[in-house]
Design a protein around this ligand. Structure first.
Ligand code: NAG
Ligand code: NAG
Length: 203
């Protein structure tokens, strides 16, 4: 009686119930799927990330730099910012773009851009002319300007931030924020820009 009773419990002669096998196989497949998806997402991230929308200063010119003995600085700069969308499949929208220009911690101007779209695998150019008259400088800052003339090299801090997103399908979007933190250098004697890498880092 005992042996007879035990048999159905053990299943087919001590082997594991096929349902348990099925469950184990489904679990394994599921686990592999999760791992593969993770790897694919990682690879996708590696491949896509360098192409997230960026902003960079692609050209600039120091149109005017004049300082007097009273410590007033007058300047004009032309700055070309390029918004780049390296994605070949999605439009990028840039919004809430704000840039600030300063000299030795002294704010010169704040620039803003209206929201704009950049088509797939394309770029948009923003041209700014920043004119500033009579910025009062501290004796320290005046000294820095004097040195800049002597070395024929002057630098301005140019910072920017904004939001970017890719439009994916009618409703979806992938959002990023971008930050620009550059030191733009010029030759005061002829106003030419000393090119250096100035591109946003995206998150
Ligand atoms: C993106 O544009 C560059 C030049 O602007 C071109 O060489 C490249 O083939 C384009 N890529 C795609 C995927 O359209
Ligand atoms: C401006 O001056 C620098 C150095 O004095 C020189 O290298 C550069 O070619 C000049 N640029 C122009 C446009 O004359």
């Amino acid at each position: 009686m005992v042996a007879f009773k035990r048999k159905p419990v053990m299943g087919s002669g001590g082997h594991t119930n096929p349902l348990v096998w099925l469950a184990a196989i489904i679990c394994t497949i599921f686990a592999i799927a999760v791992i593969v998806t993770g790897i694919m997402m990682f690879i996708g991230y590696i491949m896509i990330h360098p192409r997230v929308p960026t902003i960079s200063v692609t050209n600039a010119h120091l149109d005017l730099l004049r300082n007097d003995y009273a410590g007033l600085l007058q300047t004009q700069l032309s700055i070309v910012v390029t918004a780049y969308n390296g994605n070949a499949k999605a439009h990028a929208k840039f919004s809430k773009m704000t840039f600030s220009l300063s000299f030795q911690g002294q704010g010169i101007a704040v620039l803003v851009a209206d929201s704009f779209d950049v088509p797939k695998n394309s770029s948009n150019v923003l041209r700014y002319v920043v004119q500033s008259s009579s910025i009062p400088l501290t004796p320290d800052q005046m000294e820095k300007v004097g040195e800049s003339w002597k070395r024929n090299e002057i630098g301005f801090d140019f910072k920017g931030a904004g939001r970017t997103r890719w439009k994916v399908g009618p409703f979806g979007s992938v959002k990023y924020s971008c930050h620009l933190n550059c030191y733009l250098k010029f030759r005061p004697l002829n106003g030419s820009y000393i090119p250096s890498k100035c591109s946003s880092k995206s998150k």
